[in-house]
Design a protein around this ligand. Structure first.
Ligand code: ADP
Ligand code: MG
Length: 653
């Protein structure tokens, strides 16, 4: 008795309709998902010419019975869904029963499959949707689908295919990210004779991240561990609904100093499905709010697990858009969990020479087996299209106005006011010292390995730093247990003040100072509207203002931290941003923004001479902040040059 059924019309009609096969990468995605649904532990992908000439996926999954193999090419034939009710809780990656027939109609397809229940396998050959052959064959258990000459019979589609390199990059990205979602499985990707990815089963996501991206990337990432949160559903909403829903979040995300110019390095899986979702992207950027400039994006690999009923995957044919039943709960859970973990990890930026390609975090991938991938991820980074844009309907074909957050126009690169991308110290290790040179070094004194202090990543060590002086009366140079630190005095002070003002604001005790004479400020009509919206929050933050005639306000008091001369400037700064981005912002965002504005105005400026006592005070106080690593606008506070890096640069290790 076969497993596959043709869906009755009333179910088929409820399935989000649309095209599945748009490009080689979508073939790879559908076939990979089928192999995963079949419970395969080994997935081997082979492509030629970026998937145009050949895509072959071999798995050791459950295989298909003879009758099922034939049925699988009918539209709406699936083993994963029976009735309308099943649509509400889909636990498999596929469910539409459309991938195999769609692929078979635009290519020359060969299916080799054998289920454990049968002793001989089945071979089916189809070209352009016409069955050419169906015969018994001696085969191992599992399934091999070979797709040749994609769109050979649809010249119009063939013309619009992207370059082979672009397609290959998307395929590599897909395979890599599905391999990250399944560390317990083997994944292999070959393009012609090139092995692009080969990972064998490991016990944890961390090990898989290491296999794929290398150890340096791991250093730049924060591991979340598993965090859970329960949602209590009001009883009686629906029959037999469990009262508690548990949401689970695991994954890795980058420290704030790893800043990407677009969302290409964000991968979100929900119940094992790679999705793109505006809500979750927003949750992620809110977690980095005030830690990273607004135009920059982190690297993130997030896995959300929840009851299948909590997520509707039947929204779009590509199955990459989903709808959550309790979306705001999930949004806040993701945002708060990531933010908490970021604050906990309190890492320090370090000197990173020009961005290193080859890993999500920009670090060079190390393990030899993964070198080919590193080339690939570099290639992906250089592609105009995002890996996620592979997911159908993401870009070119997306209807206008659909998913604005996923418009893949490259976001403006973060433009830090002070550019540290070319650090003053070049740390690329030179050639290995010759024997002669080593002796020469020895004569200058040994540096025994045990004397190299352990790397010091946390900024809690700031309190122990010895300030040595300033560069340009702007940056504090300090010696620590492990190497050298450079601290931007303005940004450091800004972070201190920001947290102070925020705390005072939360406690309802913002220190204010009365102005000798009220300051009269003239507003434009637009500013007047924004002012009305934020007046309450301004007041709570220490600005005492009153309407004073038409489009004019009188400021009577201001936060104590702000000098009288700066009051007008800061008010305008706040109102200016209110115009652009804060119109839709939450009260919380608005509050943080106002506090950040106050802190920025009140902080010590660069080009200011500081004596030793002031520098010490600054470092100690900075160490006590929650987030000493970046200013409220997301710029780095400190750069760290470890002893190990110094030794390396001097060829002493
Ligand atoms: P769907 O995955 O939505 O069910 P597909 O057209 O992708 O639809 O596949 C049709 C059916 O063929 C699946 O439901 C499954 O029973 C079977 N099938 C496809 N690929 C495999 C595979 N690699 N191993 C075992 N069965 C498969
Ligand atoms: Mg499928």
């Amino acid at each position: 008795m076969g497993r596959i059924r043709i869906l009755p019309d009333q179910v088929a009609n409820k399935i989000a309709a649309g095209e599945v096969v748009e490009r080689p990468a979508s073939v790879v995605k559908e076939l990979l998902e089928n192999s995963l649904d079949a419970g395969a532990g080994e997935l081997r992908i082979e492509v030629e010419s970026g998937g145009r000439r050949l895509v072959r996926i071999a798995d050791n999954g459950c295989g298909m019975l003879r009758d099922d193999a034939l049925l699988a090419f009918e539209r709406h034939a699936t083993s994963k869904l029976r009735d309308v009710k099943d649509l509400l809780s889909i636990a498999t990656l596929g469910f539409r029963g459309e991938a195999l027939p769609s692929i078979a109609s635009v290519s020359r397809l060969l299916l080799d499959t054998r289920s454990a229940e049968e002793t001989t396998g089945t071979r089916i050959e189809i070209a352009g949707g016409r069955m050419l052959r169906c015969e018994e064959a001696a085969l191992g258990r599992g399934t091999v689908v070979t797709v040749r000459d994609l769109f050979y019979n649809v010249p119009a589609r063939r013309k619009f295919l992207r370059s082979e390199q672009t397609e290959l990059a998307h395929i590599a990205s897909l395979a890599t990210h599905y391999s990250l979602a399944h560390p317990e499985k083997t994944f292999e990707l070959r393009s012609g004779t090139n092995e692009l990815l080969h990972v064998t089963p490991v016990g944890s996501l961390k090990e898989r991240v290491y296999q794929v991206f290398g150890s340096q990337a791991l250093d730049e990432l924060v591991e979340l561990g598993t965090r859970e949160k329960d949602l209590f559903v009001a009883p009686g909403q629906e029959e037999d609904e469990p009262p508690v829903r548990t949401f689970r979040l695991t994954g890795f995300f980058s420290r704030p100093q790893v800043q990407k110019a677009n969302r290409n390095s964000i991968f979100i899986f929900v119940n094992g499905r790679l999705i793109r979702d505006r809500l979750l992207l927003h949750a992620l950027s809110s977690a980095y709010h005030n830690l990273m400039p607004p135009a920059a994006y982190p690297f993130a690999l997030l896995f959300i697990e929840c009851d299948a009923e909590e997520v509707d995957v039947n929204v779009h044919p590509s199955k990459t858009e989903v709808r959550f039943r309790h979306s705001s709960f999930l949004h806040d859970f993701v945002r708060d969990t990531i933010r908490e973990r970021l604050v906990e990890s309190r890492p320090a930026p370090w000197f990173s020479p020009a961005p290193r390609a080859g890993s999500p975090a920009g670090a060079a991938a190390q393990p030899a087996a993964q070198l080919p991938y590193s080339e690939f991820s570099q290639m992906i980074e250089n592609q105009p299209a995002a890996p996620l844009s592979e997911l159908p309907a993401a870009r070119e074909e997306a209807p206008a106005g659909d998913m604005p957050a996923f418009e893949l126009r490259p976001a403006a690169a973060p433009a830090p006011r002070l550019n540290f991308s070319a650090p003053p110290l070049e740390v690329t290790p030179g050639p290995a010292p010759s024997g002669k040179l080593s002796r020469h070094l020895d004569a200058h004194g040994e540096f025994p390995p045990e004397a190299i202090p352990p790397p010091e990543m946390s900024l809690s060590v700031l309190s122990e730093l010895r300030p040595l002086g300033q560069i340009h009366e702007s940056f504090i140079i300090a010696a620590g247990r492990d190497g050298l630190w450079i601290i931007d005095q303005h940004v450091a002070h800004e972070r201190i003040l920001f947290e102070q003002v925020l705390k005072q604001r939360a406690a309802g005790r913002v220190e204010t100072q009365r102005l000798l004479m009220p300051l009269i400020v003239q507003l434009t009509p637009e500013q007047q509207i924004d002012y009305a919206r934020i007046a309450g929050e301004l007041h709570a933050s220490g600005f005492e203002t009153e309407p004073f005639g038409n489009r004019t306000i009188a400021v009577k008091a201001a936060p104590a931290a702000v000098g009288a001369a700066d009051v007008e400037k800061i008010l305008f700064e706040i109102l200016e941003t209110a115009e652009d981005e804060l119109r839709g912002a939450s009260l919380e965002d608005l509050r943080r923004h106002i506090c950040a504005g106050i802190a920025c105005r009140a902080a010590i400026k660069i080009n200011t001479r500081l004596d030793a006592a002031k520098m010490e005070w600054l470092l100690r106080t900075l160490a006590q902040t929650d987030c000493p690593m970046s200013c409220p606008h997301g710029r780095p506070v400190a750069l760290h040059y470890s002893t190990r890096e110094i030794l390396k640069a001097f060829h002493r290790i």
